[in-house]
Design a protein around this ligand. Structure first.
Ligand code: FES
Length: 64
C-alpha cells in the first residue's frame, strides 16, 4: 500500500512501488485529468507536478 498526496488530498493505493505513476493516477485514483498520449515521454499529455517540478508521469514509477 502506498500513500500519495495529490493536489493536497491524501490517497492510498494498493499497487507495486514500480507501477507507473500515470496509471496509478488514472486507474487506481480515477484522476483522469492526467492523459495518456505517446507513452514514451515525448508528447507531454501526462505531465504532472512532482515536488514542484514538471514531470512526465508515463515514465515515472509511483515511488521514486
Ligand atoms: S504520454 Fe506522452 S509524454 Fe507521457
Amino acid at each position: 500500500m502506498i500513500s500519495l498526496n495529490v493536489n493536497g488530498k491524501e490517497y492510498k493505493a494498493d499497487v507495486a512501488e514500480d507501477a507507473s505513476l500515470l496509471w496509478v493516477l488514472r486507474d487506481h485514483l480515477k484522476l483522469t485529468g492526467t492523459k495518456f498520449g505517446c507513452g514514451i515521454g515525448e508528447c507531454g499529455s501526462c505531465t504532472v507536478h512532482v515536488d514542484g517540478k514538471a514531470e512526465r508521469s508515463c515514465g515515472m514509477t509511483v515511488v521514486k
